[in-house]
Design a protein around this ligand. Structure first.
Ligand code: RIB
Ligand code: CA
Length: 312
């Protein structure tokens, strides 16, 4: 059993990741925290609450930092739309957030639970995570592991070298990677292999027909955005890769190596610099994903989503 805090910015692929975390019984989803990224904090928080209610789960949601640590916010409405979940009609949430200081809650949950108990999965810019580590440095040795969809060993998406979650808040990413905690970075080198083709989409809908309308709404909108904005014929489902790795680490090929984050470069700001040159230092606690077992990945996604029941 993995006891998880999911820090996210729903977002179409965050929504699928959240469904997986709620669907698979190997995950005890303790709480969800939100950060601005795909859309404003208010919008992604509302989306998280609605998605949780849609499948009848009771998971507390804590909203976090409304803006990045230093940079001016630049949301990804060009991919996720005005609501952050365009293409899907969700009922407005009936529940309210459990709190509005996610960083404090992350610290509280990690410090109040046993050592090596909490797994942090992040699928958003790292603003909340950096704030939590600055508030209470002890969480870095106490958390079991940090599994993040973020960064890239090779090519970026928002710029030639920077991935969106890093680019949105590079200072937060720098703070996180400079701390001594076990980090698995699942970057674009992995997630660009998680392409949701129409055949895969049909398979997911077949696995859970009552969720089918929402799944089709999410994936169809995401496909159109990726076609228009990044010339992908089908959308890469980034965030589910982090949950899939949490469920079965063998789904991603990883290598241990130090990662630094560029925060000053005029053209390289937001780049995650993975040092693959030689053997990683003995005390290196960071590993990066290089490849995805695509067949195993979609089996994990399908199995997790199949368990969800839509609240009538
Ligand atoms: O670059 C992909 C990442 O940015 C994903 O987490 C997606 O949801 C967006 O937030
Ligand atoms: Ca995300």
């Amino acid at each position: 059993m993995k006891h998880v805090i999911l820090d996210c910015d729903p977002g179409h692929d965050d929504a699928l990741a959240l469904f997986m975390a709620m669907g698979d019984p190997q995950i005890d989803l303790m709480e969800v925290t939100t950060a601005g990224g795909n859309q404003s904090l208010e919008k992604v928080t509302k989306n998280a609450l609605s998605l949780i209610e849609l499948v009848g789960k009771k998971v507390p949601v804590y909203s976090g930092c409304p803006t990045p640590l230093v940079k001016a916010p630049k949301w990804a409405g060009y991919i996720h739309g005005e609501t952050g979940l365009d293409g899907v009609k969700l009922d407005p949430p009936k529940t309210r957030v459990a709190g509005t200081h996610a960083a404090e809650q992350i610290v509280k949950t990690i410090m109040e639970n046993p050592d090596q108990y909490v797994t942090l999965i992040t699928t958003a810019p790292l603003t909340n995570i950096a704030m939590a580590a600055l508030l209470e440095p002890k969480i870095c040795s106490r958390v079991k592991e940090v599994i993040m969809m973020l960064g890239a060993v090779h090519t970026g998406n928002v710029t030639p070298v920077a991935e969106f979650n890093t680019y949105t808040d590079p200072e937060a990413a720098k703070v996180v990677f400079e701390r001594e905690w076990p980090i698995t970075m699942i970057g674009l080198d992995v997630t660009h292999q998680a392409i949701c083709t129409k055949e895969v989409q049909q398979r997911l809908v077949k696995a859970n027909p009552e969720l089918g309308e929402v799944l089709n709404g999410l994936i169809n909108f995401f496909r159109d955005s990726y076609k228009d904005e990044e010339c992908f014929p089908d959308p890469p489902t980034h965030d589910p890769c982090a949950v899939a790795y949490t469920l079965d680490p063998s789904v991603v090929k990883t290598v241990k190596c130090p990662v630094s984050v560029e925060t000053k470069g005029e053209v390289t700001c937001g780049m995650t610099v993975a040092d693959l040159r030689a053997m990683a230092p003995k005390d290196c606690r960071t590993q990066v994903g290089l490849a995805l077992d695509v067949e195993k990945f979609w089996n994990i996604v399908e199995k997790a989503i199949a368990n969800l029941k839509v609240e009538k």
